[in-house]
Design a protein. Structure first.
Length: 160
């Protein structure tokens, strides 16, 4: 077991509560990338692809990645002897996040409405909205055939 002070790093770096929560995962990924000798340019490319269209989010995520790497390289003996290598051939397997898998299951299961209130569900709702944008539009008019209902006023509508 290897501990990492993710909350401490976030609290020291970010004042916004939402940023602290969101960037904690990327800082964690940065620490893992140092520990497991991962291909950093490949991770940076994935981050850039993930936030394509939301370009203002790319640089802060890359900075959070570097925060985690810097901490791990300074505080731990990196790499730990286990190396992750990039593979282009995955056979007949599909790699997808849990939120995307659940959202796609809901869309293909016939769901047209998503309602949520808090952060863990927010990520699922954002994935549902992204898939609905592609799969739940009228073919002729392109109008939305889905609804997202949220009880939070601070939810960024840029995800829809």
């Amino acid at each position: 077991m290897i501990g990492a002070p993710l909350t401490e790093i976030c609290n020291r770096t970010y004042t916004d509560t939402r940023q602290r929560q969101l960037f904690k995962n990327i800082i964690y990924l940065g620490a893992l990338s140092a520990l497991l000798d991962m291909d950093v340019p490949a991770i940076e490319q994935l981050i850039s692809e993930q936030f394509r269209g939301k370009d203002t989010l790319i640089k802060p995520n890359l900075n959070a990645l570097q925060l985690g790497r810097d901490w791990a390289l300074q505080a731990l003996d990196c790499p730990i002897g286990i190396k992750l290598e990039r593979r282009d051939k995955v056979g007949n397997r599909i790699f997808v996040s849990g939120n995307d898998a659940a959202a796609l299951g809901a869309v293909y299961g016939g769901a047209t409405v998503c309602a949520c209130t808090d952060h863990p569900l927010l990520l699922l709702a954002e994935a549902f909205a992204a898939h609905c944008q592609r799969l739940r539009r009228d073919p002729e008019t392109k109008k939305r055939r889905y609804a997202i209902i949220q009880a939070r006023t601070s939810w960024p509508r840029s995800a829809w």
